[in-house]
Ligand binder design. Structure first.
Ligand SMILES: NC(=O)c1ccc[n+]([C@@H]2O[C@H](COP(=O)([O-])OP(=O)(O)OC[C@H]3O[C@@H](n4cnc5c(N)ncnc54)[C@H](O)[C@@H]3O)[C@@H](O)[C@H]2O)c1
Length: 306
């Protein structure tokens, strides 16, 4: 009797630690252990953080079944090799790995390429490069595909917060939403729109406004830097009514986002001073962890907060 209990316990432990690349779930002693099969698009800062946390078991019963890259020479290939995960290129190869959920941590192009086919096939998708959804045609296509496929399209709060209060306030009616995105000048280098402005970012001695206007116009001008204005718009009053201000400020050390909301339920303001990820000053730690929290929420049957 003792021996069979010991054997059962060892068997359970062995299975819990086993690589389940090919299995959706396991039947164990009458219980079904559901495994969340995770695909990752991209091989950068956020992709690495995901794979590290999943490997440590921080996200429950999850396993990375594939990392998708743009080509065989993409950075994701080395990441996949380091963690002994299959590396794939293209939507068909990713679908063949049967993910339950795919985390897009790559680029606007990746949202365009992978979004619709994944959602249509019923694969949940967590989209980080959400500035792409400023394109109404693309956003509607993804929303329709999610409805048809019965899949979740999730856009995490990224480097901001307060979307819970904003969504509640919107039910009553919101008049104004503004967001000021201020970063040290170096964070705005290499962006074609900023280069056209001919601002000498290295010579700035005081804050310089690079853009001020509707999020609809601003988001496409900063494809990798103001995704937060996109998620704020989508959670709130839309791209046309959300106002965005983009500032290069030489006095700043942290990326600083200030949000103001005014409506029938009152006002609120919020300021976030975000620590950048050590290997990527464009990406805030908070944004990385908001993506991990979104993955945790995919299978949750309880929700605290709006
Ligand atoms: N929503 C937010 O608040 C928020 C915050 C930070 C970053 N982001 C966005 O998330 C994405 C990932 O961020 P990161 O810091 O990991 O970036 P990163 O630059 O460190 O890594 C991006 C990776 O994606 C790969 N990639 C690019 N296009 C691809 C494609 N079409 N198919 C497959 N792979 C592709 C690149 O080769 C690279 O490995 C970026 O688009 C970034 O703008 C959003």
């Amino acid at each position: 009797m003792k021996f069979s209990l010991l054997f059962a316990s060892l068997f359970v432990q062995a299975v819990l630690h086993k690589e389940f690349v090919g299995a959706k779930s396991d039947k164990l002693l009458g219980y079904t252990i559901l495994l969340m099969r995770v695909g990752i698009i991209g091989g950068g800062t956020i992709a690495r953080l995901f794979i590290e946390h999943i490997r440590r078991g921080d996200l429950g019963r999850a396993r990375v079944v594939a990392i998708a890259g743009k080509s065989e020479s993409s950075r994701g290939k080395a990441l996949a090799r380091a963690f002994r995960v299959p590396f794939v290129v293209g939507i068909q190869a990713l679908l063949a790995k049967k993910p339950d959920v795919v985390v897009e941590a790559a680029s606007h192009d990746a949202v365009r390429e992978y979004g619709e086919p994944l959602l249509r096939k019923g694969v949940a998708m967590i989209v980080l490069s959400c500035g792409a959804l400023c394109d109404d045609t693309l956003r509607r296509k993804l929303e329709r595909a999610a409805a048809r496929g019965g899949a979740l399209l999730s856009v995490p709060s990224g480097g901001i917060g307060g979307l819970d209060a904003l969504k509640a306030a919107c039910v009553a009616g919101v008049d104004e939403v503004t967001i000021a995105v201020a970063k040290p000048p170096a964070a705005w280098k290499g962006i074609p729109y900023v280069e056209q402005l001919k601002v000498d970012l290295d010579a700035l001695r005081e804050p310089c406004v690079l853009f001020e206007g509707p999020a609809r116009e601003g988001v496409p001008r900063f494809p990798a830097n103001v995704n937060i204005a996109a998620v704020l718009s989508m959670a709130g009053i839309g791209f046309d009514r959300t106002r965005l201000k983009v500032v290069a400020d030489p006095a700043l050390r942290h990326n600083t986002h200030t949000i103001d909301v005014k409506g029938r339920t009152g006002r609120f303001s919020m300021k976030l001073e975000n620590v950048p990820a050590p290997d990527n000053p464009k990406t805030a730690w908070l944004a990385c962890y908001s993506a991990l929290a979104a993955l945790k929420a995919v299978r949750s049957t309880v929700r605290y907060g709006t």
